[in-house]
Structure formats: structure tokens, C-alpha cells
Design a protein around this ligand. Structure first.
Ligand code: SF4
Ligand code: SF4
Length: 109
């Protein structure tokens, strides 16, 4: 799997439009507030590639299990303040993240 290829596609499709980006695909968040999409990218790609569904629900479930469960922002009862306040770039753009990763998979096949 060429992770760079997936990350470039995400930057071009998502980061470029993101409110926390610079409009050219680069992230403006500093290291301390780093986006979960960037921080957990390898496992996100693995998660999406391990599934094949026309519905977003299985992807969301797998995200919660594989990423959110290990994220410092999620509490033991499964709640996340960052998610609740729509401040998690990964959660905010997740359907588009799934679509982008699936497109790269299809074009590389
Ligand atoms: S916050 Fe996340 S989605 Fe937004 S530009 Fe930064 S890395 Fe990309
Ligand atoms: S939604 Fe919350 S727990 Fe999940 S990755 Fe984002 S910040 Fe972490």
C-alpha cells in the first residue's frame, strides 16, 4: 500500500477545503492540536481498505473501534468532546475520507 498516494489524495480533496487548512492542502493546526486524520492516517487507510460497503455505517463503526477507542479525546463511555463540538477534522470529513480512499483503491487496482 502506498500511503503517500492516499495522503496526497486526501490533501487535494479534503484539506484543501478544510476550515483548518491554508486553502492549498496544508494544515494550519500545530503539533499539539494535530488533526486526528493526520495522526491516525495509517490505521484509517487500513480500516477503510478492510471494508467494502455502499453504506457509511460499517465504516463509522470501524472508525470508532479502531481509531476513536485509542484516541486521547474519547472517554471510557465512548463520548468525545472534540467530536461533539465538530472540531475533529477526521470525524467532520469522514464520509469524504472513505470516498477518497476508495477512489484511490479503485484507480490503483
Ligand atoms: S485539520 Fe485535518 S482535514 Fe483539516 S487541513 Fe488539517 S489535516 Fe487536513
Ligand atoms: S472523533 Fe474524537 S475520539 Fe474520534 S478521532 Fe476524533 S477526536 Fe479522536
Amino acid at each position: 500500500m502506498n500511503l503517500d498516494l492516499y495522503w496526497q489524495a486526501v490533501q487535494q480533496k479534503i484539506c484543501v477545503k478544510c476550515i483548518d487548512g491554508d486553502g492549498a492542502g496544508n494544515c494550519r493546526l500545530n503539533e499539539r492540536e494535530e488533526c486526528a486524520l493526520k495522526r491516525h492516517f495509517p490505521i484509517i487507510v487500513q480500516t477503510v481498505l478492510s471494508l467494502k460497503s455502499d453504506h457509511v455505517d460499517p465504516y463509522v463503526l470501524a472508525l470508532r473501534e479502531n481509531v476513536c477507542a485509542t484516541c486521547i479525546h474519547q472517554s471510557p463511555d465512548g463520548k468525545c468532546q472534540v467530536r461533539s463540538s465538530v472540531d475533529c477534522g477526521l470525524d467532520r470529513y469522514y464520509p469524504l475520507v472513505v470516498e477518497t480512499i476508495e477512489e484511490v483503491r479503485a484507480s490503483a487496482a
